[in-house]
Design a protein. Structure first.
Length: 159
C-alpha cells in the first residue's frame, strides 16, 4: 500500500483511491476470509493419528499383541483428542488383551497338566511337595486369567 501512495500525485487522487477501496472492502474481506478458511484448515487429531492407527492394526493382524498395547498407549498420550481413533483402538485393545489372556491360559493349562503328571510319578516326598506348590500356583494363575477373560467378554458385551 505504501507503494501505491508514492504514485499518488494529489490529495484528490488519494481520496478517490480510498473511496474505491472502501467500496471494494466488503467484497475483498469476504474473499480474504474464504481463502483463509480454506487455506488454513487445521488437520484434525484423528487425521494425525491415522498413521499410528494403521500401524496398530497391522501389528494386531501380525499377532504382536504386546506391541499393540504399547502403541495404543502411545496413541492415547500423543492424541488425547482423537476420539474416533481412540474408540477404534479400544476395540483393538480389548481384542489384543483377550488374545494374550487366552494364550496365557493355554500355556498355563499345559504347564499344569505336565506338573500333575509329574506329581503322580514322583516318589521323593520333598520333590512331590514342591510340585504340589507349583501346581497350586499354576491353578491360581489359571483361575486369575479365566477371570480376566470373563471381564473382557463382559466389557465387550456392554457396548
Amino acid at each position: 500500500m505504501l507503494g501505491l501512495l508514492l504514485f499518488v500525485d494529489s490529495p484528490y487522487t488519494l481520496y478517490k483511491f480510498i473511496c474505491n477501496f472502501a467500496a471494494m472492502k466488503n467484497g475483498l474481506w469476504i474473499i480474504v476470509l474464504a481463502l483463509l478458511v480454506i487455506g488454513c484448515k487445521e488437520e484434525s487429531d484423528d487425521d494425525k493419528a491415522s498413521g499410528l492407527m494403521s500401524h496398530i492394526e497391522s501389528l494386531y493382524e501380525k499377532g504382536k499383541y504386546s506391541t499393540v498395547l504399547d502403541s495404543i498407549e502411545a496413541l492415547r498420550s500423543r492424541y488425547p483428542r482423537a476420539i474416533e481413533s481412540r474408540k477404534r483402538s479400544l476395540v483393538i485393545w480389548q481384542n489384543a488383551s483377550l488374545k494374550m489372556a487366552q494364550d496365557d491360559i493355554a500355556r498355563t493349562d499345559s504347564a499344569l497338566q505336565i506338573t500333575m503328571n509329574q506329581i503322580n510319578s514322583e516318589e521323593n516326598i520333598y520333590k512331590k511337595n514342591m510340585l504340589c506348590v507349583k501346581r497350586d500356583s499354576l491353578k491360581a494363575r489359571y483361575e486369575a486369567m479365566c477371570g480376566v477373560v470373563r471381564m473382557i467378554h463382559l466389557r465387550q458385551k456392554q457396548k
